[in-house]
Design a protein around this ligand. Structure first.
Ligand code: UDP
Ligand code: MG
Length: 341
């Protein structure tokens, strides 16, 4: 009993642990950046406040997804002034999910936070996520209580999510990318190297113990959404194709229904001829049938083409992203050590 009390006393006396550990931080945060120059300073400030209050070592891994504004210059400045910061820069814009992937490849922490960089995911929720994680989970994702997007975006994403829930097991429709993930799940998802990817789909695919907690969804701190309509559509199509052969099965069902109905139609024509003596069937019905079948054939070819296209890009086996810069203190230290005799 006296031992217990003395150990808890000594714990209390320990100075706050150093929160810098370039090689083995406890927390890593992945932050994809695409033209976010007006929000980076505020994001950095709020994140730092949160992590300093948690008292464990941490790193911020910013991934600049080919920004055309001053984002990377700002990140390089943060890197110069704060050893918690790492900054990767893509050679061009590869997309949000690829940027997240590069972050997953780069992080060294035991517990990884994935979040957007526009402050719609609130840094202040992170301690709550960690409390939940410590109850024994591998993944804690945020369930958005109040979505802060515009009407059109909400309609689009509602349609997308409706489909995704049906093709990806365990898909949580009200969650964005904001989540906290333990090392073993990160390592599992890192093994998936397909280029066409939906990162949250891969995370739910991985399994382990996952749980959601309610989070607030903030308003974008600065700038406009970086997800244009065409980016949204591309993401929807690739994620549906990547997780399901449902469109292919649908083509087969369509084919079956159409050929079954053509049998019915033929029966009808013969019956009319035999029982009522009608000679010809007018060309409008013919045209309708041809157009209908033509449409179905084009659609089916299109669906198959989409899959073939995906097989093609995956078969090319190109690297998923290219780095133009990698500001990493642990690497820098290592080359210093190698240089000195
Ligand atoms: N983003 C990115 N690459 C892109 C588009 C977006 O890295 O091609 C980043 C962006 O900087 C932000 C996050 O992905 O941190 C989410 O983007 P955004 O907030 O524009 O999407 P929304 O919240 O409107 O869905
Ligand atoms: Mg956003």
């Amino acid at each position: 009993m006296s031992m217990e009390s003395s150990s808890s006393q000594s714990l209390g006396a320990v100075a706050r642990p150093d929160t810098v550990h370039a090689r083995h931080p406890f927390f890593s945060v992945i932050l994809p950046i695409y033209n976010e120059e007006s929000g980076i300073a505020e994001l950095y400030k709020r994140l730092t406040a949160v992590f300093e209050s948690m008292g464990k070592s941490y790193e911020f891994v910013f991934v600049d997804d080919g920004s055309r504004d001053r984002s990377f210059a700002l990140l390089a400045e943060l890197y110069e002034n704060d050893p918690h910061v790492r900054a990767l820069q893509f050679s061009r814009n590869f997309g949000h999910h690829i940027a997240m992937t590069a972050g997953m490849d780069a992080v060294r922490g035991e517990v990884v936070v994935m979040m957007d960089s526009d402050l719609q995911d609130l840094p202040e929720e992170i301690p709550l996520m960690f409390a939940k994680l410590e109850e024994g989970y591998d993944v804690v994702f945020g369930i958005r209580m109040n979505k802060q997007h515009g009407l059109i975006k909400r309609i689009n994403s509602a349609m997308f999510l409706w489909v995704m829930q049906r093709v990806v097991r365990g898909f949580e429709p009200n969650s964005g990318i904001f989540r906290m993930v333990r090392r073993r799940t990160i390592d599992a998802v890192k093994q998936c190297r397909e280029t066409n990817r939906l990162i949250v789909g891969l995370l739910s695919w991985a399994g382990f113990k996952q749980v959601g907690i309610p989070v607030q969804h903030g308003k974008r701190f600065a700038g406009e959404t970086k997800y244009t309509l065409s980016k949204q559509i591309r993401l929807a199509v690739t994620s549906i194709l990547a997780f399901s052969d449902f469109p292919l099965r649908m083509v087969v069902y369509f084919g079956l229904i159409v050929s079954a109905s053509s049998f019915l139609f033929a029966t009808l024509v013969i019956a009319r001829r035999v029982f009522f003596g009608y000679g010809e069937v007018g060309w409008p019905s013919l045209m309708t049938a041809i157009l209908f079948l033509g449409g179905i054939q084009l659609l089916s070819l299109g669906v198959i083409g989409q899959y073939v296209g995906q097989v093609f890009t995956e078969a090319q086996g190109r690297p998923m992203y290219l780095l133009a810069n990698d500001l990493d203190r642990a690497d820098a230290e290592e080359s210093e050590i190698r240089k000195s005799p």
